[in-house]
Write a protein that binds this ligand. Structure first.
Ligand SMILES: C[S@@+](CC[C@H](N)C(=O)[O-])C[C@H]1O[C@@H](n2cnc3c(N)ncnc32)[C@H](O)[C@@H]1O
Length: 298
């Protein structure tokens, strides 16, 4: 069944709309633009310039924009890369690779990387390597050797209300265990539930400051780390900020109640309804009063 609609976003890059999830894969403003603003820049790769090897995990490869942007930079450096991807559906990457508009974005090396993933699930140039683990990320993550720690985790599922499976307290805690001491877990999500789960997992969190074009937004995403970042790690091209008062107060509302999936096999419906029950019994302040106070649409 074809449950995807292919379309071009405002920056000219290709994206998909999923009829199944009733959600687009990217911002209408630009698929490529979104990956750069919410994943590549917050990764602040310059902080890894003295590192010999970098280990990357892409949770929800989709068409591959987040990985593509990161690899373009890493392939220009002398840093050895070990890349792992988790994705349940092979079709988005295949559909994208059939389109000239998508092919044109990437260097021959990155395009070759994507084609290898599509054909065999693996890629190597003899120095760096990559593997995609097709299937449900909640189970497939166990295919990756336990001892490996990720320096970058790119977390990009559909929204928590559409795909709560990959935003659960349990899955976030699993990702946290696999994050290296200096690593960064990066996501477009600004949801209070997700940020609260990061904090409970022991992570320090930062808000991705919106770019000049997005000044109407209060945040463009979240970066989570095991340790508070050091001053010299604050680079100019992307501002990571401590949470504002508005964002901190958001974490004290009913929206901060997490998605729970103790078996790692819960369905979307089950996870959502468990959370709704918990929210209905909660003593926390309502999110609508927070919204009113801050005059925010979100
Ligand atoms: C928002 S899209 C990802 C966009 C992608 N990062 C990109 O740059 O194109 C979400 C992706 O999550 C995948 N997905 C949904 N449920 C999943 C699951 N349980 N395990 C792994 N992937 C899943 C979907 O197939 C879809 O490709």
């Amino acid at each position: 069944m074809n449950d995807f609609e292919i379309h071009t976003t405002k920056d000219g890059s290709l994206s998909l709309y999923s009829l199944n999830y009733e959600q687009g894969f990217h911002d209408k403003d630009g698929a490529l633009r979104e990956s750069i603003a919410k994943y590549l820049l917050p990764a602040q790769l310059e902080n890894f310039s003295t590192t010999k090897k970098i280990v990357v995990l892409d949770v929800c490869l989709g068409l591959g924009y987040n990985t593509g942007c990161i690899l373009e930079k890493l392939f220009q450096s002398n840093i050895q890369t070990e890349w792992h991807g988790l994705e349940i559906d092979q079709r988005p990457l295949s559909l994208a690779l059939n389109e000239e508009k998508f092919q044109r974005i990437w260097s021959p090396k990155v395009l070759h990387f994507f084609n290898c993933l599509k054909k065999s699930g693996k890629w190597t140039d003899g120095f760096s390597e990559g593997s995609i683990h097709w299937g449900d990320a909640r189970q497939k993550i166990y295919e990756i050797r336990d001892s490996l720690r990720f320096d970058l985790i790119l977390l990009d599922p559909f929204s928590p209300q559409k795909c709560p499976e990959l935003w659960s307290e349990e899955f976030i805690s699993l990702l946290t265990e696999r994050l290296s001491v200096k690593g960064r877990l990066i996501t477009y999500s600004t949801a209070a539930s997700i940020r609260a789960s990061f904090i409970r997992a022991g992570l320090k969190i930062y808000s991705i400051a919106p770019s000049i074009d997005d000044q109407h937004k209060w945040s463009s995403g979240t970066v989570a780390m095991k340790k508070k970042r050091e001053q010299h790690n604050i680079s100019g091209n992307c501002q990571l900020k401590d949470l504002s008062t508005r964002e901190i107060e958001h974490l004290a509302t009913r929206s901060s109640i997490p998605y729970r999936d103790p078996t790692g096999k819960g369905s979307c419906k089950e996870i959502i309804s468990t959370r709704e029950i918990e929210q209905s019994k909660s003593q926390l302040v309502s999110t609508s009063s927070w919204r009113k106070r801050w005059n925010t649409a979100q």
